[in-house]
Design a protein around this ligand. Sequence first.
Ligand SMILES: Nc1ncnc2c1ncn2[C@@H]1O[C@H](COP(=O)(O)OP(=O)(O)OP(=O)(O)O)[C@@H](O)[C@H]1O
Ligand SMILES: [Mg+2]
Length: 493
Amino acid sequence: MFTSIRVRIFLFYMVLFTAVLLVFSIAIFEQLKTDMYSNMDEMLISRAEGIKGSIDAYREAEKLEYQKDGRPFLPINELDMSEFVSMAVKLLEEDEKYDPRLVKFDIELFDRDGASIAHSNALPYQINIPVQDKAEAILGNISFHDYVIEVNDRKKNDMRVFLRPVTEDGRVVYLVQISTSLSNLYTSLNRLRIALFVLLPLSLLAAGLIGIFLTSFVLRPVDLMINSARGMTGMDLKQRIHVPKTNDELQHLAEVFNELLGRLDTTVGAQRRLIQDITHELKTPITVIRGQIEVSSRRERSGSEYRKILSSTRDEMGRLGKIVENLLMLARFESMEIKLAKEEVDLYFIAAKTVKNLRVLAKKLGIRLSLSGESLLVCGDEMYLESLAVNMIENALKYTKSGGTVEVKTVKRGRFGVLSVKDNGIGIDKSDKAHIFDRFYRADKSRSAEGYGLGLSIVRSVAEAHGGTVSVKSQAGKGSEFVFSMPLNIKNK
Ligand SMILES: Nc1ncnc2c1ncn2[C@@H]1O[C@H](COP(=O)(O)OP(=O)(O)OP(=O)(O)O)[C@@H](O)[C@H]1O
Ligand SMILES: [Mg+2]
């Protein structure tokens, strides 16, 4: 299942999306929680300051009155505490009466030893702060604490408590404690938590559906390509796979694949043609041999008759052998099996040797065969270069009438050595020119001469294997010139 790109992309996308959403949700939740707490703490602080302010104002007013009467005004810590307590109780009562607030705060005052002296009436329960928490305040430090208060058997209330010591002349004189319920804050946070937990799977579901749609959309061209490739058979390489017009890598891939199919089609086609050609070409000599044997075996023959038949059979066998040999050489060239010798050879020397060997034939045909030129040192395989020269000169003799001339020349042309064979024979039609280097191709006019149409294929293979080229200039009825050219040896340049 995980081998499908579609599934892999989808899973990757989902894991990524889940992680992003989770991180995002947790961050939002934590930020909001921090903000809510700090808002609440600010309110607690301002409430405590308010209470302290009221007490200060009361004391200030009292001070004026004492001064008017000439009575001594005592600092809080020297006061009879009951006086301060009754003042605090009165103040808290008034505060509650005239100051209805949206957020309910409970207020309690403690003396400098931590004993409760007054509390707002709204406080239906006692918040018994642990001694160590109160000790901090008695030492003069403000502090915040969260407590779970039991309201009754079943109900518990979470409270946040702020302790604010009030000092006079550097000494703690009383403590203000402001507390408020955390239930609203918890409810809001819980609602957010639930919303996020519901939203998360819902967004994942939506993202999943979008993901499935997107991957299907993106991979649709691939599906089409797969389907069209499935419909192909090994035999029919003319078919092409579907090319998506997406102008991207997929389109490029499909095009490259189709080009490959095209090349395969050409190669397979050529091979098929080759097999047809070979069977066709081999059939004729085999039929001839079989016919001769059949005819000769019908009745008793004389010794000379048998000799004649056997010699003709040997000729046919020789031709067969030559075809097979040539084909084998071509096949080796094509499959790059041939390892060419890389020795220093002289093209002029090769041409001279070939001309010498063919001189008798030329004389017999009544053709003037001439050789001219200069030494051309190249790096190559003497045996194959010789067969190239033989094929080119043999052709010139074969397709030139008696009384004609064949000129073999070697010349330097820049960094290349050129071997040319020029005749004034029958020439080649324009329509044939493009095909004469193909295997088994023979122009109709040459059918009277012997041959299989393999010579020039060999010439071209040998030329190419030596990093060279072979070309032809010809005019029907006037003659032809075959030009072989290959890089010269460094010494000879
Ligand atoms: N010098 C030439 N003048 C005119 N036609 C030529 C010449 N050389 C080659 N051709 C044409 O090109 C064809 C192919 O030549 P190629 O040498 O491949 O085959 P071939 O000579 O017919 O047979 P093979 O060389 O196998 O005995 C020839 O059949 C002929 O029609
Ligand atoms: Mg030939």
